[in-house]
Design a protein around this ligand. Structure first.
Ligand SMILES: [Zn+2]
Length: 411
């Protein structure tokens, strides 16, 4: 709840009505259509519940009747080419070959869907810049698309917006180091494949379900939680939160990122039986930890396949916790773990008190950390990725005209 006696939250979010690309689909279940369908639902729920002032919602939506700042433009071609191959991008822009344009799993391709991907990443870039400049928390009501890899889509993910934006921000010298923090139930394999060897970007993926990505490397930190070690309920929740709070602070201290891009996945709910209370306090913890360490955060919607009403409420938990943390936590606050109730947190004398989840479960933590790649393996990996870019390179005019044509076609 927003306390009217306190300063209003300063969270800004981005949402363009073109993000879903006109795709509508089932309101629940693991489907390529669930993701696009939930974006407008979450946007409307934020607006309907007045969780964020219209002046802080960057959108083209007529629902806000010109009270809002404009949505962001689509991401530029050069930033896309830094991460994805030309052959793949041309397929996304033109729909041909169709099997490549739909390699993420969507049943169809059209120009609206293609424009939606680019608008989505454009919004993430704008939100990230705002977080950096204002040293705050911002959100993009699009997806991170962490399974998308260098030359094809996967798992409903088309363009790896997290990596495109992290690289662009580094290239433009807006930040020296960016952390991609991925707490989706599924491993961020596409992110890992795209960033290994690029020391300024770290991928931290704490997941339940392995998706075939590479092992840990200097800048890739992957951890698989063994949810099945505990029965569903408070103990499994506490274990999940204990693992995150055990791993995350030291990695943030070690990398010292200027910006955290947070893939706030909600599918531990339906994928691992983690409760909505646990996911809400997870986000309160992530935002509090980053804010107390002076790290700006931009969050994105990520996986979640419960029924739409439940799903929207889960994502609203992220919005609410970002608001609360902006009001309650400031840089320099200490994070303490001493509260006994598993889902309770509060500020107290310059500290933010969270539960001591580890002592609540009274057992060792269950997670697998795969072996790290050696330096020569990393070099080989990077060389193969560079080779892929060269092999799939197209004349600049050819890819540029495909990009331009996409935006000259009226929806
Ligand atoms: Zn997922």
């Amino acid at each position: 709840m927003v306390n009217p006696g306190m300063a209003q939250p300063r969270q800004e979010i981005w949402y363009h009505t073109g993000y879903p690309g006109g795709v509508v689909g089932p309101g629940s279940g693991v489907s390529a259509l669930t993701g696009p369908t939930k974006m407008p639902a979450v946007f409307e729920a934020i607006w309907r519940n007045r969780l964020i002032d219209p002046e802080k919602i960057h959108t083209d939506s007529p629902a806000l009747k010109k009270k809002s700042p404009p949505a962001a433009p689509p991401i530029d071609l050069e930033s896309l080419r830094e991460v994805h191959t030309d052959r793949y991008l041309k397929a996304l822009f033109t729909g041909e070959p169709r099997c490549l344009a739909t390699s993420q799993g969507l049943p169809t391709w059209n120009e609206n869907i293609a424009r939606g991907w680019l608008l989505n990443v454009g919004g993430l870039y704008a939100a990230s810049k705002a977080a950096l400049y204002k040293k705050t928390i911002t959100g993009n009501l699009g997806h991170g698309y962490h399974h998308a890899t260098v030359n094809r889509g996967m798992g409903f993910c088309t363009i790896n917006g997290l990596v495109v934006v992290a690289q662009k921000i580094i290239r433009e010298a807006k930040a020296k180091r960016v952390m991609i923090l991925d707490l989706d139930h599924h491993e961020g394999n596409g992110t890992a494949e795209s960033i290994i060897g690029e020391s300024s970007i770290w991928n931290v993926s704490i997941y339940g379900s392995y998706m075939g990505g590479p092992p840990s490397a200097g800048n890739n930190h992957v951890f698989q939680i063994r949810h099945d070690a505990f029965e569903q309920g408070t103990k499994r929740d506490a274990h999940y939160l204990a693992v995150i709070s055990e791993i995350l602070p030291s990695l943030i201290r070690l990398q010292n990122p200027d910006l955290v891009l947070y893939q706030a996945g909600m599918d531990p709910f339906d994928g691992a039986g983690i409760s909505n209370e646990a996911l809400a306090i997870r986000d309160a913890y992530v935002f509090s930890l980053c804010r107390s360490m002076g790290k700006p955060v931009t969050w994105v919607l990520a996986g979640g396949y419960a029924d739409m009403e439940t799903l929207v409420e889960l994502h609203l938990g992220t919005v609410r916790k970002a608001n609360e943390v902006l009001m309650k936590v400031k840089a320099g606050d200490r994070i303490k773990h001493r509260e006994r109730k598993p889902y309770s947190w509060f500020p107290q004398n310059g500290a933010i008190c969270f539960p001591d989840w580890k002592s609540l479960i009274k057992e060792t933590l269950h997670w697998n950390e795969p072996p790290s790649m050696s330096n020569s393996q990393i070099q080989e990996f990077v060389a193969l990725r560079d080779q892929l870019h060269r092999e799939e390179q197209l004349p600049k005019d050819e890819i540029a005209s495909a990009y331009r044509r996409l935006f000259s076609i009226k929806p």
